[in-house]
Design a protein around this ligand. Structure first.
Ligand code: SF4
Length: 220
């Protein structure tokens, strides 16, 4: 299991309605709500961001394909909108995506049809049309009775089984340390200290944490 992003996209909100700071790999941007829902419209709202992702992916996919073919198509334009219906308590979202090529020379219909097909197969379109599961975790840092400890002399890894939601992150991403078939299941000799710390910090629930044996630092 490898995540698409080495570092997850992270967002925070304070008390100022409804400014969210979103951190991505190359900086931060603000997301907000429109004034009619109580925000200040200081940045795109979540639905706009959602459709922007589909538009951006479609544009890039088309540009790559067109360039590979060596076709002379200077501008590609994509518009998207969505509506939702509820029937028998089932929510259906319909996304309409319009593609056009507003260049000086009209494109022949065969090329247009091929490009429409390509537009429908961009990675984000495929993701939205495939099966999507959203797993939500809450981070626990409250004390708990059962706290199992594993050490390599330098650090001690704590595992709190009550908080483990079996996300599979540790066992799939660092199997040489986290192996459910071994006993003990955490092998502190399986990787160097920094690699273990890095993986412990990826536990989404707080089931894993570590302390330095020197007593200097405690973190999740
Ligand atoms: S990463 Fe954390 S929650 Fe996921 S399986 Fe490992 S210990 Fe459990």
């Amino acid at each position: 299991m490898h995540y698409k992003f080495e570092k997850p996209i992270a967002g925070t909100i304070g008390t100022e309605k409804y400014q969210c700071t979103i951190e991505w790999r190359n900086g931060t941007f603000i997301a907000d709500e429109p004034e009619r829902t109580g925000g200040k419209d200081a940045g795109p709202d979540p639905n706009t961001l959602f459709l922007s992702s589909l538009i951006g992916c479609t544009l890039v996919t088309l540009r790559m394909y067109i360039d590979r073919k060596g076709w002379d198509i200077p501008v590609i334009s994509v518009k998207a909108n969505l509506f939702q219906t509820v029937q028998d308590e089932k929510l259906t979202t319909i996304i309409d995506k319009e593609v056009s090529f507003p260049g000086p020379t009209p494109l022949d219909p065969e090329k247009k049809n091929r490009l429409l097909e390509i537009a429908g197969h961009c990675p984000v379109s495929k993701m939205l049309e495939g099966e999507i599961k959203i797993r939500s975790f809450v981070y626990h840092d409250e004390p708990v009775e059962k706290d199992l400890k594993y050490t390599n002399g330098e650090i001690t890894v704590h595992w709190k089984p009550d908080f483990c939601k079996h996300s599979g992150r540790c066992v799939t991403q660092l199997p040489q340390v986290f192996d459910l078939k071994s006993h003990p299941w955490i092998n502190m000799q399986g990787a160097d200290t920094n690699t273990i710390i890095d993986q412990v910090n990826k536990c989404p629930t707080g089931a894993l944490s570590y302390t330095r044996n020197s007593g200097q630092e405690t973190t999740h």
